[in-house]
Design a binder for this molecule. Structure first.
Ligand SMILES: *Cc1c(COP(=O)(O)O)cnc(C)c1O
Length: 498
């Protein structure tokens, strides 16, 4: 299995090279030359396997230049017993009738990013050994809140790596901020930027491809890589949990082997839902992929019209990890749907850069309409959904997951589609305590700080907040730097002392 780039398909590299690089040098995203197949017999066999075995099977089809021993080392290390609160790693729980929830937040930082970022450091260090002889890897991360912490936790004190995270100064929840600014480890750095997530992501992408900076890195025996979902090493592990969810739903009798499910994904950068698309194309029976957005509904409009237009107001919502107007991973989907034509992708994405807008062909639009459905909801509706879901089904969903549940309900009501559905649950409700509490408390009160909110939410729900969040109380803040979005390169040099 080889990988090419969405913007130059004469490129052909191994999986380990794609992971070590993070992004292709001309700015395109690495993508497998074809999508490997899982037969129904293989899916059946995975039904009786545990998460680690499922991961080895699925990842093995993509990372073909990893030996079995290397793959085993990565998977066993990342998903070792005790790292995730649930033994199942990514459990499927029933919400009601034919709606289930895929809980992706059982990892060390309580968001779905752990599913990939626990294994990425293993994949990257193995990849570096094969490709980057003795160079130190510098991981640059732009985060809308959860990737930053999950990447810091994954890479802290990993030999041969340094990690630097940029987050939007007013764009993350208090708990997310605290998680990052108190991060331990000798090889980590965290910096806020004056701007939003798109600014952070654009800044990081331009550092990656700045020839002067790359030369300076070369001289210092350093090399960049990415822990954002532009790195294929983030995407591949996310395919696993959709295969796993299907197997679990077969096992629980929610779906008959071979019959389809629908998958609802609360979406920002289009990474998580792209992984669901890959699972479908591999052979997991999926009827519709349902893309759920908050008030930043650029994807809803795109899926419904074929016009991607980021020229619109940006909203800071109660689901901050989805406050994104430039969804990077859409590029990979469009590359496949347009017949793997790099010229078309270059055209659309330079139009996006220059005018903030592009329109896909009628053929691509038709394929999107048959694969996807899309919907969105605002903060008020998200809040209402948290309250109703809690009251009716005794399930406490976080703000992002509730956007998914809201869109799921609207889709079922509008379409009458009776296909069993699984909603990806992307964060612990205790990460967004204030918004979640305001949706379930009967008498609104004032709370002194984040931790009294957490405590109140524990009391009302009868649940216990994850230990790793409660333990942040009183922890020393290590990182307070705020920079302008034009000075990000200087911060990188400063951290590295070059
Ligand atoms: C990152 C994130 C999302 C969005 O995922 P994408 O892969 O960017 O679409 C949704 N919810 C939470 C809690 C997240 O951390």
């Amino acid at each position: 299995m080889f990988y090419t780039s969405t913007r130059d398909n004469s490129i052909r590299v191994t999986a380990s090279k794609a992971i070590a690089d993070g992004i292709s040098k001309e700015g395109g995203l690495y993508i497998p030359e074809s999508i490997p197949a899982l037969s129904m017999d293989e899916i059946k066999a995975l039904c009786s396997a545990d998460y680690k075995e499922r991961a080895k099977k699925v990842l093995g089809l993509y990372l073909t230049d990893f030996t079995d021993e290397e793959l085993s080392y990565c998977v066993e290390g990342a998903y070792a017993d005790g790292k995730f609160l649930s033994k199942a790693v990514a459990p499927v729980v029933k919400l009601h009738d034919n709606v289930s929830i895929l809980e992706l937040f059982q990892g060390p930082t309580c968001a779905f990013k752990d599913m990939a970022l626990q294994i990425l450091p293993y994949l990257l260090t193995v990849s570096a050994k094969k490709n980057l002889k003795n160079k130190e890897i510098v991981i640059l991360v732009a985060t809308s809140g959860d990737t930053g912490k999950a990447a810091l936790e994954g890479f802290k004190d990993v030999e041969g790596t340094k990690i630097l995270v940029f987050y939007p100064v007013d764009g993350v929840s208090p708990m997310q901020k605290l998680q990052m600014t108190t991060q331990e480890g000798a090889n980590v750095g965290v910096c806020a930027i004056e701007g939003n997530f798109d600014d952070a992501q654009t800044g990081v992408k331009s550092i990656f491809t700045n020839q002067e900076i790359l030369k300076k890195f070369e001289e210092n025996n350093l090399v960049f890589s990415s822990a954002n979902s532009i790195n294929w090493g983030r995407l591949a592990p996310q395919i696993v949990y959709y295969v796993s969810a299907y197997c679990d739903m077969v096992n629980s009798g929610d779906v008959k082997l071979g019959d389809p499910i629908n998958i609802v994904v609360p979406t920002g950068n289009f990474g998580n839902i792209l992984a669901a698309y890959f699972a479908k194309e591999m052979g997991v029976p999926v009827n519709k992929l349902i893309c759920a957005s908050n008030a930043n509904n650029v994807l809803t409009d795109f899926i419904n019209t074929g016009v991607y237009d980021r020229n619109r107001s940006f909203f800071a919502t109660t689901s901050p990890s989805m406050d994104i107007l430039i969804s990077s991973n859409l590029e990979r989907l469009l590359y496949i749907l347009c017949g793997r034509d790099d010229k078309v992708i270059n055209e659309w994405f330079s139009s996006l850069k220059q005018t903030g807008k592009y329109t896909v062909s009628a053929d691509v639009k038709d394929q999107i309409s048959s694969l996807f459905a899309a919907g969105c909801c605002d903060d008020e509706q998200t809040k209402k959904t948290i309250g109703e879901t809690y009251k009716s089904f005794d399930y406490l969903a976080d703000t992002h997951t509730s956007v998914g549940i809201n869109v799921c309900n609207a889709y079922i009501n509008a379409s009458g589609d009776k296909t069993p559905v699984v909603v990806a649950s992307t964060a612990s409700p205790f990460k967004f305590s204030k918004a979640v509490l305001s949706a379930v408390e009967t008498e609104p009160k004032e709370y002194a700080d984040e931790f009294s909110t957490v405590k109140a939410l524990e009391e009302i729900s009868g649940l216990t907040a994850p230990e790793q969040l409660s333990a942040l109380k009183g922890k020393a803040v290590r990182f307070t730097k705020v920079t302008s979005k034009d000075d990000m390169a200087a911060v990188v040099f400063d951290m590295l002392g070059i």
